[in-house]
Design a protein around this ligand. Structure first.
Ligand SMILES: [Zn+2]
Length: 168
């Protein structure tokens, strides 16, 4: 019901495009607009209502249920990640890290290694057993303080092998 022009289409990064295609998601106007929102603010999470409001502001009316399904599908195919907000009982969606597609959207985060030089992200295979122990320790420590943990994310920063090589 809007005659306002929508914003110019955003360039969808190749790794996201690949995931959309793998999941059989068509790049509809709504999909591109939603991706544009998340690409414009890669740090913060958005709730379903915030996404809907932002789309309306941009002159795009998307049905509530359609938007729910779209966000769900984007989370399932690893483009977005979602996290529950205990207080507001809503989902917060945000852009998933680069190589998150291989794991389920709602599984605990595996440790990620991000190169501070080239900003590529790598999974850290083989760290899972020690990570589980670490996660358990952290959660127990929080429990003792009376906090309720939802999950633990581990991110490792440094310089990746090829950047180290380039610098040497
Ligand atoms: Zn690097």
């Amino acid at each position: 019901m809007s005659t306002r022009p929508t914003k110019e289409p955003v360039a969808v990064p190749p790794h996201i495009q690949t995931r959309l295609e793998a999941a059989g998601l068509r790049r509809t106007l709504a999909t591109r607009a939603v991706l544009g929102l998340f690409l414009a603010q890669p740090q913060g999470g958005l709730t379903h209502a915030q996404v809907q409001n932002a789309l309306t502001t941009r002159g795009l009316d998307v049905n509530r249920v359609t938007l729910y399904r779209l966000l769900d599908r984007l989370a399932t195919c690893g483009v977005l990640q979602r996290r529950a907000d205990d207080q507001a009982r809503t989902w917060h969606f945000s852009l998933a890290p680069l190589n998150a597609a291989a794991r389920g959207a709602d599984q605990g985060a595996l440790p990620q290694f991000e190169c501070d030089a080239c900003h590529q992200q790598f999974a850290l295979p083989g760290a899972s057993d020690s990570l589980r122990a670490l996660t358990r320790d952290l959660q127990r420590a929080m429990d003792r303080l009376g906090h309720r943990t939802q999950g633990v994310e581990v991110a490792v920063h440094g310089t990746c092998a090829s950047c180290v090589e380039t610098a040497a």
